[in-house]
Design a binder for this molecule. Sequence first.
Ligand SMILES: Nc1nc2c(ncn2[C@@H]2O[C@H](COP(=O)(O)OP(=O)(O)OP(=O)(O)O)[C@@H](O)[C@H]2O)c(=O)[nH]1
Ligand SMILES: [Mg+2]
Length: 437
Amino acid sequence: MLKNFGDALKSAFRRVVNAPFIDKNIVKEVTKDVQRALIMGDVNVSLVLEVSKKIEKRALEEKPLPGMSNREHVLKILYEELASILGKGKELPLKKQTIMMVGLYGQGKTTTCGKVARYFQKRGMKVALIAADVHRPAAYEQLSQIASVINVPVYGNGKKAENVVKEGLKNFSRYDVIIIDTAGRHALEQSLIKEMKNIAKIAKPDEKILVIDASVGQQAGKQAKAFDEGIGITGVILTKMDGTAKGGGALSAVAETGAPIIYIGTGEHVGDLEKFDASKFLSRLLGMGDLETLMEKAREAVEGKEKKVEETAKKMLSGKFSLVDMYEQMEMLSGMGPLHKIVDLLPFGGKMKDEDVYKTQEKLKKYKVIMDSMTKEELENPSIIRASRIKRIARGSGTESRDVKELLRHYHASKKMMKNLSNKKMQRKLMQQFKIS
Ligand SMILES: Nc1nc2c(ncn2[C@@H]2O[C@H](COP(=O)(O)OP(=O)(O)OP(=O)(O)O)[C@@H](O)[C@H]2O)c(=O)[nH]1
Ligand SMILES: [Mg+2]
């Protein structure tokens, strides 16, 4: 399921990249993709609506940054709005405090206690650990073992978690940072939930950190909600990010609790703790390689087309006008790609209405098939195309002779109009636009 969540988000990005041009409909479809993905990821429905509305509004109303295409602009907005769900992250302040770790079984709570202890210790603070997991055999020994590596004291080995915490806090009252390791629990186990609430009441921890394994996936949202309702989560640490899991569930956990991700665990050792970086996380979730290639592809497509605009403009000025040029011109008129930039400058300028765009695109498809059956010579100099060639081209392209004739008629009409371009004022405008000297 996690895979689906990440894939669903990815498909939203793909749709932007693969769209022939970015218009209102594409933005609407992409917004729907994002909604579907987030709902699949168990993100709270009202948040899903809020975020997707914002994506749609920004994509339709904001102007792209200079030098950025519409496509890149929409990708950027998608990226930013998803990152905003994750928030800016948070750092634990370097002050006297009590921290309580909670989470499901085997998520990495005990290991993370050691890592966070090491984090404060390295910054010159006096740290102590309390082993409040009285349920799992050898939980105390495990924490002691980790503590001995970093030379930090541990209190524990009791029978009742509440008492261990009470005594531990008394014992370590002169320490700067006290970290409480608790038992792994299932959100539905009432007795353990009660114990967790009791510990929170006794210790009044400054931080109540939910430890989640990166592979948990979309269940993370539900679990996080249960812990949040129990004691009020103040932060999340995402463990095992060194594995193959991408941590998509964290998005739901954060969205559900509103608590930021503080650190990520990247290994089994006490030093394997990193500050959380939302954009890095998102890149990984969506597949950074993918996203980078997608962005690059978008850029290349735009750059390639921009070069063509310049070439087309040059050709128009030189008075040469082939079938290929006509095809490109129709492409611009239908608003496909940045070629439409010069539409306003054309003698018959102005953009098309939606239904005309559709018709033009249908025509373009047909023309393309016909032109594929022409020789290079015919494309460059269509006036040589007479009856026998028309028959051959129609047969080769699986169309009728009248289709080929229609294409030729369209060509001659366009060519005639292009003659108007010899108009000096028009030339100057075009030259300014493309800096052709
Ligand atoms: N690769 C990797 N392994 C981790 C990480 N964090 C924890 N582990 C491993 O995950 C396993 C479980 O970790 P624990 O710290 O015992 O988890 P826990 O939440 O305390 O488990 P319970 O107390 O049984 O609920 C151990 O084998 C850890 O070494 C991490 O960031 N990366
Ligand atoms: Mg443990």
